[in-house]
Design a protein around this ligand. Structure first.
Ligand code: NCD
Ligand code: ZN
Length: 337
């Protein structure tokens, strides 16, 4: 196959940041995606209706007239039923971060207790607002996600009608767990389908591949790849594209996050084609998200052509510089302009 058309691609987990970085990176997502779930970990976090609406408007301004729906989220904290009822039409989900676990998550939840959080989670469940979760403990870095499985189970059991999205899963334990409970779903990033920890630290240190959760073992990567390629209805693409200024990545104390927006769609096509599973790409990148979140399919379609594309060494603009995954390397699919 030399050409492919992707209908209504959705990126169900992205960081678009704010101010100048937003202006640089938002068009790189809105160009190739029909919509995306926008993470709320700004400084300060997005936690009021006014902040959601204002941020959405800044995104719409940054993407100019691109046909792209920003699906907004709130930063999880205890909220009243009244507040949630009032904000629900503006958001697609609420994102829970364990306190301090990743970029700008200091205001997150220290102890994820199903009793203490029940008022908010029951209200979300009744109002049909999904809960997105960054599932890591503060244990040893390779075990953080695995250790969090008991928290996911406790949430899934205590709130059976609440849709719980296990964000950016990286382990075979998470792949097993998502299948076990009807109300658990998951997103998987591009990088976790491709790399292992070896690619990050096994040779020369690769700061641009460093993210949270960190890439794990080959058997984890293989389990993620298998479930994504199968088109399993509980699994959605969420790039977790997380741009940081180049000087904060190439630094002593490298910020966590891999920037994949400009190449995500092309590399997914490459990956599904290489594995002879192109027929399941629509599930992973569109249909499952539509079914899980109850979205409308977009009329937007993106044409790609099998032609080498040399990924830019960096993207620059508005005084910002950001380095994408595969910077300077050649990928085998290009956008058909
Ligand atoms: C994300 C960021 O930079 O905001 N970083 C990351 O490594 N993925 C936050 C997150 O999703 O954990
Ligand atoms: Zn993220």
């Amino acid at each position: 196959m030399n050409e492919i058309t992707i209908q209504s691609p959705f990126d169900m987990h992205i960081h678009l940041r704010d101010t100048e970085m937003l202006k640089l990176v938002a068009p790189l997502t809105s160009h190739t995606f029909a919509g995306g779930v926008i993470m709320p970990n700004l400084v300060p976090p997005v936690e009021t209706k006014e902040a959601v609406v204002a941020y959405k408007n800044r995104i719409l301004e940054a993407i100019n007239n691109d046909d792209f729906i920003p699906f907004m989220t709130l930063f999880f904290k205890p909220y009243t039923n009244e507040f949630l009822e009032n904000v629900k039409d503006e958001i697609i989900a609420i994102k829970l971060y364990p306190a301090g676990i990743t970029t700008n998550s200091e205001g997150g939840i220290s102890v994820i207790d199903t009793v203490a959080l029940a008022p908010t989670l029951n209200a979300m469940s009744n109002l049909n607002i999904p809960l997105c979760v960054h599932g890591e403990t503060n244990g040893f870095v390779m075990d953080r996600e695995k250790e969090f499985m008991s928290v996911y189970e406790a949430l899934a059991v205590a709130f059976p009608k609440l849709k719980i999205i296990m964000e950016h899963i990286t382990t075979k334990e998470a792949v097993d767990l998502v299948k076990k409970y009807d109300n658990l779903f998951a997103t998987i990033t591009l990088q976790h389908l491709i790399i292992t920890l070896d690619d990050v630290v096994g040779g020369m240190l690769k700061p641009h591949l460093f993210c949270k959760p960190i890439a794990k073992r080959p058997e984890d990567r293989d389990a993620l790849l298998e479930i994504a390629l199968s088109g399993n209805s509980k699994i959605m693409f969420g790039s977790d594209s997380a741009p940081h200024p180049k000087h904060k990545k190439e630094a002593c104390g490298c910020a966590a996050g891999v920037f994949t927006s400009p190449i995500a769609l092309q590399v997914l096509v490459e990956l599904f084609e290489k594995n002879d599973k192109l027929e399941n790409l629509d599930n992973f990148i569109s249909k499952n998200a539509i079914d899980i979140y109850g979205l409308k399919k977009s009329k937007k379609s993106i044409k790609l052509i099998k032609k080498d594309f040399v990924v830019p060494a960096q993207y620059e603009g508005f005084g910002e510089v950001v380095v994408p995954m595969y910077a300077g390397e050649t990928i085998s699919w290009s956008l058909k302009e």
